[in-house]
Design a protein around this ligand. Structure first.
Ligand SMILES: [Zn+2]
Length: 309
């Protein structure tokens, strides 16, 4: 806990100066300036770009290759957010840095606030030890809401509403750009419904709680192992997995990225196949966010039908 204090104090010292400088800007050229929209993850960035067209400037401050759910803003990122017109947040504990920075309520839009009752709470969200006590787990809210296309659509609607409020003169063009996006997300949502509709309850393992919203659609019972895909889990974790297998006969383990070949081979010896669910931390170069949702559905289908690789 004490580690947080210095950050908080720094912010409080820095912020009043920042607000004082930026707040009273003369509206000389402000008329021509495009409203600045900050989005905290790739799906929201894509929604804002697609819906905003040329009328807003959209920035996602998370550097490429960094998981937006684990990212923490640097001082200059906080400054950029304070000077923006809107900060599009994901909600669902996606941005854990929020309570360490000072952003005015009028600036931030929680795009998932309408469906708080549909957040997934994961019982073994965090697993760790306190001192010499044994390992135990803590529950937590799964952050990647947008991996459920029905929830992604609601977030896109919030982005549309936000942009219309921000640039009322562009209402019609924003709404006309929203229609094809909404149609695409609705179509994907229907495909999820169609493909996963009678999915039996399936025990699976997952490295982390990144795919909880896919799991709910696919009727998976997930036990989270908290393994890093690029590390050998080590003897203790292998032993733990074999123990868990007794009550949780999983035939699949889900990762956010391809694990080490040795890990995959050893899982295969235990009858467990690897599947990768894309958490949309980065988007495909030759596609967009809807393609991630489609690819995840195809992976989910293979797991549900136990179609071995
Ligand atoms: Zn604890």
């Amino acid at each position: 806990m004490t580690a947080w204090k210095p950050i908080g104090l720094t912010m409080f010292v820095v912020l009043p100066l920042v607000v004082g400088c930026g707040g009273d800007d003369v509206p000389d050229e402000a008329e021509d300036r495009q409203p600045a929209v900050v989005a905290v993850n790739r799906p929201l960035e894509e929604f804002a770009r697609r819906l905003g067209g040329d009328t807003v400037e959209v920035v996602c401050p998370v550097p490429g290759g960094v998981d937006p759910a684990k990212w923490r803003p640097r001082d200059e990122d906080v400054l950029a957010m304070q000077q923006a017109d809107v900060v599009l947040l994901n909600g669902a504990q996606f941005s854990k840095w929020l309570n360490t920075v000072s952003l005015s309520d009028s600036l931030v839009v929680d795009t998932s606030r309408r469906f708080r009752d549909r957040y997934v709470v994961v019982e073994d969200f965090q697993v760790h030890r306190h001192g010499s006590e044994g390992e135990h787990s803590h529950p937590g809210t799964a952050p990647n809401t947008f991996l459920d296309p029905a929830l992604a659509l609601q977030q896109a609607e919030m982005v549309r509403n936000t942009l219309v409020a921000l640039v009322p003169a562009e209402k019609e063009s924003v709404e006309s750009r929203f229609e094809p996006l909404a149609a695409e997300l609705r179509e994907i949502d229907e495909a999820y419904g169609e493909v996963l509709k009678d999915a039996p309850s399936t025990p699976v393992f997952a490295s982390h709680p990144f795919c909880a919203y896919v799991a709910r659609r696919a009727n998976w019972e997930v036990v989270h192992l908290h393994w890093q895909p690029d590390e050998d889990p080590g003897p203790a974790k292998w032993e733990q997995l074999e123990e868990k297998l007794i009550d949780h006969p999983a035939k699949w383990m889900l990762f956010a990225e391809q694990p080490l070949p040795e890990t995959e081979a050893r899982l295969a010896e235990l009858g467990i196949a690897v599947a990768v669910i894309d958490p949309a931390s980065t988007l495909p170069v030759d596609g967009g966010f809807p393609d991630v949702l489609r690819a995840n559905l195809e992976t989910a289908r293979k797991v549900v039908q136990n179609e071995r690789p």
